[in-house]
Design a protein around this ligand. Structure first.
Ligand SMILES: Cc1cc2nc3c(=O)[nH]c(=O)nc-3n(C[C@H](O)[C@H](O)[C@H](O)COP(=O)(O)OP(=O)(O)OC[C@H]3O[C@@H](n4cnc5c(N)ncnc54)[C@H](O)[C@@H]3O)c2cc1C
Length: 431
């Protein structure tokens, strides 16, 4: 500790979700003195609230090299972290809405082939044959036997605990208020428990990343959408008990204890001031997905406007853990779809439901790597609703850029500057 009470670290990682916890782990493994700062609890926001799919299939081709590497990481992650993550490599199945979607899956197989992912498209009754008891008539599905699942609530805490064992300091319940710079580079990270002087800061703050960067005049186009999930009582094993299926109107994953995570696959967009700020950039994404996103007018608009006027620092301490209300109609709709598609499960009850705010970017891919405007500053964010599966590799490449000056995989497509130099492309995911 320095004389004015400031502590010192090589790198401060902001945000204890899977992106931040994994980054802190790989930095500590690389020998750095790291402080991981989390305003609430480790994995309190998206990283514990997600469905738990670990999916290579259907991703934007720009993500696939990272996700293929990440799939290999998952296979050794429990041993690496010394923790039970409920990892199971039971495959992922995405059932198509119609023939046009099957055609998009077929086209995507070329991406799978380039990266030896082993995906395949199956048609008609073969979809029902794959999932014992599945009812309905389907045009086809994308199936990747090498994809898997894990228990979200266990993974980021396992990364954080492993980082601590390597000497990292984990400060939970401690908000970062701002990043301070001097001479164009990161100087300190100010937290509500004092400042941390550092050479590098990594913004891995999930839904809050844009707000943390704004006072530095760094624009990250980012919005939040609310996704609702239900958890059922245990049911009989569906096939091998590791089903991870995304079908029209139903996302379902069977957990190790036999319970199911279910969702209807649609989301709610609670109107915020950020929608006015970033709205234009999101129009193409909105046009492609408007059938599955419902716009809601609520208190969020006034609250985010007040923040914009009064500054964001207070918001970090007021919202320790974002815990939005689930939409009961979405959970009921998912339960109805489950009863129709898997009637053999009998009368299934929902024991709890929750929601999470997903942070999304206009092109639906992450934002990774150094920020040009401020030396020593990097981002690992914008995981756009599919970042749980990708979290380990996001942590690894983020750490590599600091430890070695460059990542071992190409992260150029994820640079922040793409939003400002006109090089953003439309989303290219098919799932
Ligand atoms: C319902 C739902 C279902 C999903 N399903 C899947 C799925 O099946 N598979 C998949 O791959 N992905 C899925 N996702 C997406 C996935 O959960 C996210 O992409 C991923 O968890 C994002 O991780 P993160 O670390 O970037 O953000 P988060 O987990 O949100 O972590 C960010 C952390 O930063 C902290 N923070 C923010 N500001 C500050 C500050 N100023 N000071 C200190 N700390 C701060 C927050 O408190 C938070 O804990 C789903 C998401 C949801 C909500």
């Amino acid at each position: 500790m320095e004389r004015d009470g400031t502590t010192r670290a090589d790198t401060v990682v902001i945000g204890g979700g899977i992106a931040g916890a994994a980054t802190a782990y790989y930095l500590a493994k690389g020998g750095q003195k790291v402080v991981l700062v989390e305003k609430g609890t480790i994995a309190g926001e998206q990283s514990s609230r997600n469905w738990g799919f670990v999916r290579q299939q259907g991703r934007d081709p720009r993500e696939v090299p990272l996700m293929a590497a990440c799939n290999r990481m998952w296979q050794g992650l429990e041993a690496e972290l010394g923790a039970d993550l409920e990892w199971r490599q039971g495959g992922n199945l995405a059932v198509a809405r119609d023939a046009a979607q099957v055609a998009r899956y077929e086209a995507w197989l070329e991406v799978a082939r380039q990266h030896q992912i082993g995906s395949r498209v199956i048609a008609g009754r073969a979809v029902n044959d794959l999932v014992p008891g599945l009812q309905g008539s389907f045009a086809g599905a994308l199936h990747t036997p090498g994809d898997g699942q894990a228990e979200p609530a266990k993974v980021a805490p396992a990364f954080a605990a492993a980082a601590e064992r390597l000497g990292a300091e984990v400060r939970a319940g401690c908000a970062v208020l701002r990043i301070e710079t001097a001479g164009g580079r990161v100087e300190r990270v100010a937290t509500e428990r004092g400042a941390i002087a550092c050479d590098h800061a990594v913004v891995a703050a999930g839904a809050w990343s844009s707000r943390l960067l704004r006072p530095l005049s760094i624009d990250l186009p980012q919005l939040w959408i609310r996704a609702s999930v239900g958890r059922t009582a245990p049911v009989a094993a569906i096939g091998d008990g590791a089903l991870a299926m995304w079908a029209p109107g139903l996302g379902v994953r069977q957990r190790r204890d036999g319970t199911l995570n279910i969702a209807d696959g649609a989301t709610d967009f609670d109107l915020s001031f950020d929608a006015l700020r970033h709205g234009r950039a999101f129009l193409p994404l909105w046009r492609d997905n408007r059938d599955s996103v419902a716009v809601r007018l609520g208190p969020g608009l006034g609250a985010t406007l007040a923040e914009t006027i009064g500054g964001t620092e207070r918001a970090f301490t007021v919202h320790r853990t974002l815990d939005p209300a689930p939409n009961p109609a979405r959970v009921a709709s998912a339960l109805g779809a489950l009863a129709r598609m898997l009637p053999g499960l009998g009368n299934v009850s929902v024991t709890r439901s929750w929601a999470g705010y997903i942070d999304i970017t206009p092109d639906f891919i992450p934002v990774l790597g150094a920020v040009d405007a401020v030396r020593g500053l990097a981002v690992a964010t914008g995981l756009s609703g599919h970042g749980f599966g990708m979290g380990p590799v996001v942590g690894r490449v983020s750490a590599e850029t600091i430890l070695k000056g460059q990542a071992s995989l190409d992260i150029a497509p994820f640079r922040l500057s793409r939003f400002h130099d006109g090089s953003t492309n439309a989303p290219a995911n098919v799932v």
